[in-house]
Design a protein around this ligand. Structure first.
Ligand code: NAD
Length: 737
C-alpha cells in the first residue's frame, strides 16, 4: 500500500518504519488526509502478522508543528453554518470533529502492537499528543528538538488526550505548569518529568527506537495496566490537598480569569484523574468542544495562528516581483536602534555595513552585538562558532562608499529632519538605482522625508520596536509615492529577519504608537480624576495588558512623551493635546525631573536591584485622591481597552490600516493588546459592533468625547456588520480566483 504523506517500510526484524514527509510542505501538519492515512497504517500494521511493531518518525528536519490551520479554519466555518441551521446538531458535529484525533490516538495506543515515536525535531501540539499515545518515546539530543503543548497560547488546550496522558506520566504540578503556560521543553527536561523514555544522539534515533521494540516493549499504556497509579498518587493525597486548592488561585493571579482554556485544563486534569482513562478522554472532549465555541478561541486562533502565519508568509506582498536575495544591508546610525537592527540582520545570516559619524561611534554600535552574542553563548543559546560567524557579518565604518552594493539601506539616525535629509542625500549619492531606502523614523511622516529623495518610489518606512531583538513586529510604512517594489523588498527583509510585518499608510504615529498613546492618555485622565495609580496599573493587568500604562510610559520615557506632545501642538494647534495632560507631563519632567526608567525616576521609583520598582508615592499628592471603593475597576478595564480599540477603528476608517488582520496582529505583537481578545478589532467584533457602540456612548457620557463612536462604527452597527465582514481580507483573493 502506498500513501501520499508517509513512506512505510518493514525491515527483516518485522519492525515497520513509518516516515511522515508531506509533499510540497516545509513542515508536517495534520490534515484530514494525514489522519485518514494514519488510521489506514494502524489497520494495515495490525492486520499484517509479519509486523512486530512500528517506529513513527518524520522525514523533515522538524517532527511536526501540529494541526493544519486550514483544518481549524474549516472547523469554524462548518460550525458557523451549521449553527445557523440547527444549533444542537452543530454542537454534536463539533463534538465528533473535536474527538477525531483523540480517539485515533487512542486507537494507536490500544492497537495491540508496540509503537515508538522517534522524535527528530520540533514536535508540537497534536503531534506531541500522538507521540504520547505511543508506547515508547525516543527523542534526539539536539537543540532543534522542542517539545510542547502550546495550544493554550491560541485559546484552546491539548484536546487529543494531552491533558489525560501528561497528567498520568508527569507529576501534577509539572503537568499543569507545562500545559497552562504552553511552555517548550527540551528533550532532557521532557525525560526528567517522565514524558520521554530516552534521549539519544541524533544519528542513533531510529536504531534506539527499534531497539525498544526488540527489547520487548509492551504494547500497553501504563494506565491500561491493572493497578496503575497516577504519579504522586492522584487527587486524594495530602500533596494534592495542598496543590489543588491553590491551583485555580495561581491561575487567576496569572491570567485574571481571561483565558477559559487555561481553566479548562485544570478541570480536565482534576476530573480526569478521578476517572478511568477512556472516561477521562470523554471529559476532555466535552471541555474541548465547549472551549472551541468561545469567542476567545475563535479570535485567538484567527489572529495568533492563522493571520500571523499569513502575514509572515507575505499576505500583503505585491505579486509578480521576484524575491529579493539580500547580499548586503546597510544600516546608517549605529545608536540604540541601529545597533540592534544590525544584530538581527546578521543573526539572519545577512552581511551588514553599519555606518555612523565616525569609526568610534560605528564600533560602539557593533559592541552591542558583541554583548548580545556573549550573553547568548553564556546562556547556551548560541555556540562560539555561531557567535564568531554572526559578528564577522557586521562591518562598522564611517565610509558611505561601503553601501554601494547594498540591496537595502535602513536609516536610524537622530529623529531630526535636517540630519535625516543630509543622510538621505549622502546615501543616495553612492547606492545604485535599485537599492531601496528605508527609514526607521517613529514620528516623521514618510511622505515628507521622501521629499529629500531623488527616487521616492524606492523610499519606504520600516519601523522597528525596541528591544529590536525581542519584538516580533515591524511596521512597514507606505509614503504617498512608495512603489510596489520598495514594499516587496521591505517585506522580504522583514521575512528574512523572521519578524511579522504589518503594512500601514503614512500618518502621525503610524498604527502602533497611535494606539499606545491612547492607552497612556487614558491613564493620564484617570490620574487627573484622582484614581489611585495602583488601581490604574492593576486594572490594566486585569484587562489582560502585559504592562500597565504608567509603567509603559516610563519605558518609553516621560520626556519623550513631552517632546511628542509639544511637537503635536506645534504642528496641529493647541487642541491637539489636552491642557491637563500637558500640565501633568510638564510637571513630571520640568518640576520633578521624572523622565522614566532611563533616569531612575518616573511614575515609578527604581531602587537598586534586587529591590523591585514601586509607584512613586508622591503621585498621590498631585491630585485629590479618590477612595478605592469610589472607583469601579470594571469601568477602568473597559476604558483602557475601548480607547485603544476605538483608535484602531479610526485607523481603519482613515485608510491607514486596510486589513483587519494587521490591526489585530499589530496590536498584540506591538504592545500586547489583551491577547485573549484576538486584538483590537477582534475585541470589537467579538462583543458585536452594536454593543461596542453602546459602550462607547456610555463611556463618552462620563469620561469625555474621545469615547464617541465614529461614523464608520455607527454605520456598521446599523447594518449589523463586522470588521472582518466589511473589510474582508480574503475578498481580493476570492475575486482573483
Ligand atoms: P540614537 O540617538 O540612539 O542613535 C542615533 C545614531 O545616529 C547615533 O549613534 C548617532 O551618532 C547617529 N548619527 C547621527 N547623525 C548621523 C549621520 N549624519 N550619519 C551617521 N550616523 C549619524 O537614536 P535611536 O533611539 O536609535 O533612534 C534612531 C531612529 O530610530 C530615530 O529616527 C527614532 O525615531 C527611531 N526609533 C526609535 C525607537 C526607540 O525606541 N528609541 C523606536 C523606533 C524607532
Amino acid at each position: 500500500m502506498t500513501y501520499t504523506n508517509f513512506t512505510v517500510e518493514t525491515d527483516a526484524d518485522g519492525i515497520t518504519l513509518v516516515t511522515w514527509d508531506m509533499p510540497e510542505k516545509s513542515m508536517n501538519v495534520f490534515t484530514q488526509e494525514v489522519m485518514d492515512e494514519i488510521e489506514q497504517i494502524v489497520d494495515a500494521t495490525v492486520a499484517d502478522s509479519a509486523v512486530k511493531g512500528v517506529v513513527f518518525t518524520s522525514g523533515k528536519s522538524s517532527f511536526s508543528g501540529g494541526a493544519d490551520l486550514t483544518m481549524i479554519k474549516s472547523m469554524f466555518s462548518m460550525l458557523a453554518e451549521e449553527k445557523a441551521r440547527d444549533p444542537q446538531a452543530a454542537a454534536q458535529k463539533l463534538f465528533d470533529a473535536a474527538g477525531r484525533m483523540s480517539w485515533l490516538w487512542r486507537k494507536v495506543e490500544t492497537c495491540g502492537k508496540p509503537w515508538v515515536s522517534a522524535i527528530n525535531g520540533t514536535c508540537m501540539g497534536g503531534a506531541f499528543e500522538l507521540a504520547l499515545s505511543c508506547h515508547g518515546r525516543v527523542a534526539a539530543s539536539s537543540k532543534s528538538v522542542k517539545l510542547a503543548l502550546p495550544e493554550v497560547k491560541v485559546g484552546i488546550f491539548p484536546g487529543a488526550g494531552g491533558t489525560q496522558r501528561v497528567s498520568r506520566l508527569a507529576n501534577t504540578q509539572d503537568a499543569l505548569q507545562m500545559m497552562t503556560t504552553g511552555q517548550t521543553l527540551t528533550p532532557q527536561r521532557a525525560k526528567a518529568i517522565g514524558l520521554v523514555h530516552q534521549v539519544v544522539e541524533p544519528g542513533e534515533l531510529i536504531t534506539a527506537a527499534k531497539q525498544m521494540i526488540k527489547d520487548g516493549l509492551k504494547p500497553v499504556a501504563p494506565w491500561d495496566e491493572k493497578g496503575f497509579k497516577v504519579p504522586g498518587g492522584g487527587i486524594w493525597t495530602p500533596a494534592s490537598a495542598q496543590l489543588w486548592p491553590a491551583a485555580p488561585a495561581i491561575l487567576r493571579r496569572e491570567t485574571a480569569g481571561n483565558y477559559p482554556a487555561a481553566l479548562a485544563i485544570l478541570k480536565c486534569v482534576y476530573e480526569g484523574l478521578q476517572l478511568p482513562f477512556d472516561l477521562g478522554l470523554k471529559v476532555e472532549q466535552r471541555y474541548f468542544t465547549e472551549i472551541l465555541q468561545t469567542t476567545e478561541a475563535f479570535s485567538m486562533i484567527r489572529s495568533l495562528f492563522v493571520s500571523m502565519q499569513e502575514l509572515g508568509k507575505g499576505a500583503r506582498r505585491p505579486a509578480g516581483i521576484p524575491k529579493t536575495e539580500f547580499k548586503k544591508i546597510g544600516v546608517v546610525g549605529a545608536g540604540f536602534m541601529g545597533a540592534s537592527i544590525a544584530y538581527v540582520t546578521a543573526a539572519a545570516g545577512i552581511p551588514v555595513t553599519l555606518i555612523d559619524r565616525d569609526q568610534e561611534a560605528a564600533n560602539k554600535g557593533k559592541a552591542v552585538s558583541e554583548k548580545l552574542v556573549a550573553d547568548s553563548i553564556g546562556k547556551g543559546r548560541m555556540t562560539k562558532e555561531e557567535g564568531v560567524k554572526l559578528l564577522s557579518l557586521i562591518t562598522p565604518t564611517p565610509d558611505y562608499a561601503a553601501l554601494s552594493d547594498a540591496s537595502l539601506v535602513v536609516e536610524a539616525v537622530f529623529e531630526d529632519r535636517a540630519v535625516k535629509k543630509a543622510v538621505i542625500e549622502q546615501v543616495e549619492a553612492v547606492i545604485p538605482e535599485t537599492t531601496v531606502f528605508a527609514s526607521n523614523t517613529s514620528t516623521l511622516p514618510i511622505t515628507g522625508l521622501a521629499e529629500n529623495s531623488k527616487r521616492p518610489d524606492q523610499f519606504i518606512g520600516v519601523h522597528f520596536f525596541s528591544p529590536v531583538e525581542k519584538m516580533m513586529l515591524t511596521e512597514v510604512i507606505l509614503g504617498e509615492q512608495s512603489g510596489d517594489r520598495a514594499l516587496a523588498v521591505a517585506l522580504d527583509y522583514v521575512a528574512a529577519i523572521k519578524k511579522t510585518p504589518i503594512v500601514v499608510n503614512d500618518t502621525r504615529g503610524f498604527y502602533v504608537n497611535r494606539c499606545v498613546f491612547r492607552y497612556i492618555n487614558e491613564a493620564y485622565d484617570m490620574l487627573i480624576e484622582g484614581v489611585p495609580a495602583a488601581m490604574i496599573e492593576n486594572a490594566a493587568k486585569m484587562a489582560g495588558m502585559p504592562v500597565g500604562p504608567l509603567s509603559l510610559n516610563d519605558e518609553v520615557a516621560v520626556d519623550l512623551s513631552q517632546k511628542i506632545m509639544k511637537a503635536s501642538i506645534a504642528d496641529l494647534g493647541p487642541n491637539a493635546v489636552k491642557p491637563e495632560h500637558m500640565a501633568l507631563i510638564d510637571q513630571m519632567v520640568d518640576v520633578f525631573d521624572r523622565r522614566g526608567r532611563k533616569n531612575g525616576k518616573g511614575f515609578y521609583e527604581y531602587p537598586a536591584k534586587p529591590a523591585k520598582k514601586y509607584l512613586w508615592p508622591e503621585l498621590k499628592t498631585l491630585y485629590p485622591q479618590k477612595k478605592a471603593e469610589e472607583v469601579d475597576v470594571n469601568v477602568l478595564k473597559q476604558r483602557l481597552l475601548v480607547t485603544i480599540a476605538l483608535e484602531a477603528a479610526r485607523t481603519m476608517e482613515e485608510g491607514i490600516v486596510t486589513d483587519p488582520r494587521e490591526a489585530d496582529v499589530g496590536s498584540i505583537l506591538g504592545f500586547g493588546f489583551a491577547p485573549y481578545t484576538g486584538g483590537t478589532l477582534s475585541y470589537i467584533d467579538g462583543m458585536g459592533v452594536k454593543n461596542f457602540v453602546a459602550l462607547c456612548e456610555k463611556l463618552a457620557a462620563s469620561y469625555g468625547p474621545h469615547f464617541k463612536p465614529t461614523e464608520l462604527l455607527k454605520d456598521m452597527a446599523a447594518k449589523g456588520e463586522t470588521f472582518y465582514g466589511r473589510f474582508d481580507p480574503y475578498g481580493k483573493v476570492r475575486e482573483a480566483a
